[in-house]
Design a protein around this ligand. Structure first.
Ligand SMILES: [Mg+2]
Length: 385
């Protein structure tokens, strides 16, 4: 089962600032990161705004949108609360990102009678405790569950088996497969593969000849096959590493974009370290070039860290110089390993000071709006000033 929160950052902001309800809300544009839409509310999507779009363009499409630079701490905190809720429904819950998890519900649904009941109860609990919604996909393997959860957003539930997958996805363009972006789509089209069904007609050997290891992935996913194992948090700690990687929507050689992606990945990784109260000794980067050559480089730092800045700076230094200027990049990853427990944080349970955390999260949101639009841009409900 894949659970994806609906417009998570925007939903969080709207919940904390009810005046935003029903309005187009865009989270993004923090100049420290890339000036693109990170998340937007469904109201904004109606204007054609979507994640990854430059803020400038989003403003043109939807001039009345409320733009918020975001409340990272609040998102992370809410994400932690969500993990707690998810753990009521299955023993194995694996976070994929701040707003997505996969859960192994094999057998668990019997406790709730049916799969639908499990999902209904879980959604109701999230709604009641956090006042946000999610979309759920259920399938025999993880990637199909992920693709299914995107089918009926928001507040959706999509249950598919391999035959359903084939019926639904074979007629669609190749980028309906999760992880296939513009660049790969072009490569596939070059060899005459336009739909998911076209890929499925190829043998693994043929796809490997074009794409190397990635060909195996394409073969597997086109057949509706893939990994189904979900790693619980405890299991993952045994692995003693955490990583995030992203395939870029287009291959890039702009060094600033490469750096901002590394920063974004470092932020995700450091967030997970802090969430789990870990410090990392080793930091690695993974780079795949446009011709599918993949390399990794790592460095062990003198002081174990959970800080984004340090992870980012190290990742930046590890990136060989040829990437960007002379070699285009299609995938970037940041990994931390050699983890140790951060004893200090461990004692301060993230869930202890609920009210304090909520307050600081909403203050941050308010500060960011005021910094951007002036002090009168937002008022606390109940104040007359
Ligand atoms: Mg989401």
């Amino acid at each position: 089962m894949h659970v994806d929160m609906d417009a998570f950052f925007a939903a969080f902001e709207t919940r904390n600032m009810p005046r935003l309800k029903g309005k187009p809300v865009i989270v993004g544009g923090d100049p420290r990161f890339r000036s693109v839409v990170s998340t937007c509310s469904y109201e904004a999507r109606e204007f054609g705004v979507h994640s990854g779009m430059p803020i400038k363009k989003a403003k043109q499409l939807c001039p009345e949108a409320v733009i918020i630079s975001g409340t990272l701490r609040g998102y992370v905190y809410t994400s932690a609360l969500l993990q707690k809720i998810f753990s009521n429904y299955a023993p194995k819950v694996q976070p994929i990102s701040v707003d997505e998890v996969v859960m192994d519900i094999t057998g668990c649904f019997r406790i709730f009678g049916t799969v639908e009941n499990l999902v209904t109860q879980m959604k109701a609990q999230i709604k009641k405790e956090l006042d946000i919604s999610c979309s759920v996909g259920i399938a025999p393997v993880r990637i199909l569950a992920k693709m299914a959860s995107g089918e009926n957003k928001p507040d959706g539930l999509t249950i598919i088996d391999v035959d359903d997958y084939k019926k639904m996805f074979y007629p669609r363009p190749v980028d309906a497969i999760w992880g296939i972006g513009e660049a790969t789509k072009k490569l596939l089209e070059k060899i005459g593969l336009y739909t998911v069904g076209d890929i499925a007609k190829k043998t693994e050997k043929e796809l490997k000849a074009y794409f190397g290891k990635y060909g195996t992935f394409l073969y597997m996913v086109s057949q509706g096959r893939g990994v189904s194992k979900v790693h619980s948090f405890e299991e993952r700690l045994d692995e003693k590493s955490m990583s995030h990687e992203t395939t870029l929507t287009v291959d890039i050689n702009d060094i600033d974009k490469i750096y901002s992606t590394l920063l974004w990945l470092s932020d995700k990784v450091s967030m997970r370290l802090r969430q789990g109260s870990f410090l990392a000794r080793t930091i690695s980067v993974k780079i795949r070039s446009s011709d599918f050559e993949t390399i990794t480089r790592d460095k062990t730092v003198s002081h174990p860290t959970d800080q984004c800045k340090l992870i980012f700076e190290t990742a930046k230094k590890l990136l060989p110089r040829k990437y960007g200027p002379s070699v285009k990049v299609r995938l970037l990853g940041v990994k931390v390993s050699n983890l140790i427990e951060n004893e200090e944080n461990r004692q301060l349970s993230l869930l202890e000071d609920d009210v304090g955390e909520k307050m600081s999260a909403s203050s941050e949101a308010i500060d960011s709006i005021r910094n951007r639009y002036g002090s009168s841009a937002i008022k606390l409900a109940g104040t007359k000033l």
